[in-house]
Design a protein around this ligand. Sequence first.
Ligand code: FES
Length: 186
Amino acid sequence: MVSIPSDDDPDGNTAGPHSSRRTLLMASAGALGVGVAASVLGPVAVFLGHPLRHDTTEGEGDFIAAGPPSMFGGDKPVKVDLYADRVDAWNRVLNVKVGSAWVLSQGGQLVALSTVCPHLGCGIDYDAAASKFYCACHKSWFSMDGAVESGPSPRGMDALEVKAEEQLVSIRFQRFKMGTKTQEPA
Ligand code: FES
């Protein structure tokens, strides 16, 4: 009978110097593979996990430039659209509209009221003839100071923080829960 020698040893012995070298080579190749995989997958895992570890939405909640003081302070409210850069998960969108506000002067102080209706979120307009704000969706009316006068809105218009500096008026835009009697951050 003819015996076939194994790859390990011409004499067919599996344990010996050749076998040890092969085991060592395989172990080295395995370790190298794990190292390469870790170096590639590590940064990918960090990248994909970023939105889970950080608040990745920006824009809302910051003071946003509304315009110079000369734009405001007349006897009519002025509507301003507020733009900011927005980061949402992995995307950065520049100069996106985050909301709008009505700005008016009350007792010499600038006041900003959100245009978002507290009832169901439609846009609030200004009726110059009536000198009132109104929401056309379900016919809520608001007085000049934002108090609800009639309609289904459960509260008055939401007040926003205003920072009036010498050269610039800024507004901190926020969204609030709809359908509640009190103004609560959304
Ligand atoms: S959404 Fe404004 S009254 Fe309903």
